[in-house]
Design a protein. Sequence first.
Length: 317
Amino acid sequence: MESQNLSNMSWALATLVLSNKPLMESISSSAIAKCEEFVKEPHGIHKTYEYTTNLLALSWSLAMSMQLTTDVADALRHQVVSLGYEVDRLVALEMVPEDDDVEEGIDVRLPGVPFARVNLPGIMVIFKPENWKVNRGDPSIHRPQVEWRLLSDWTAAALPRSRFPLAHSSEFDFGFVHRLDVPSSGLIMSAKSFAGLALLRFQLDTYELGREYIVLVINPFEPDLTVIEERLSKDNINMRSFVNPAGAPARTRIKNCSYAWPHVDPDVLTTLIAVKIHTGRHHQIRAHVTHFQHPLSQMGSIACVRLPSGTITCTVT
């Protein structure tokens, strides 16, 4: 069975909550074996990246169904990152040489301008100020339609194309692996290389990369409500998500931290909660807490990522 068929099967089983340990172990073993065969032959950029995407889909399904063992995770991580390095090599062969003396500008700090809070080989953590959009696709299409600035314009100006082609590629979303609302300031995990992108996506898909939020919600939050697993669907017209039994799997973990003085309505108590999203559905936190009659009041964020060299914790105040 082809790698895409294996990943599709495991994804469907995880989504339908029909997975079982022996079957998922068989699928993962077959996928790893096929990957070892795949890397023995030369392939183009897009085919190699597509294969990487299939392995990431398999990784997500195993993690979502809680069938991802340490041994399988290590093997999949190694294969995914190795394929990322191969894409970097293939892309470099097609690059036109430019001035190598151009310096990176990602550490420069100016008022209202993004900067790299953490700068590692292949990976960076960007502080995004408010009124910057984490955009995808061709920026020339988005730029005339919005009043705010595009984060891809900053990465293109800060990272030389000759050494960081991913940061200039709309086809691969400039290396961004997640979003943050335009009015919000906070941290964005981004890749500077395809190996870094493969690692970040693996960590994101297997929940090694933790996304945690401090949220102020309306009404006293029930202390015993610690996990919300209602499925979500997206209204593409109004760009809102809502609870729907036929929607996609979504899991949000919540810890009730404290009650606060009324913030919006003097007659309504508010609650400060810590939230960790296990999946990344569109407006997942907003949809889940609103479903339980706790609309958002304010939100800030904390993000952390575990890398092979250790754990990096990043905070925003």
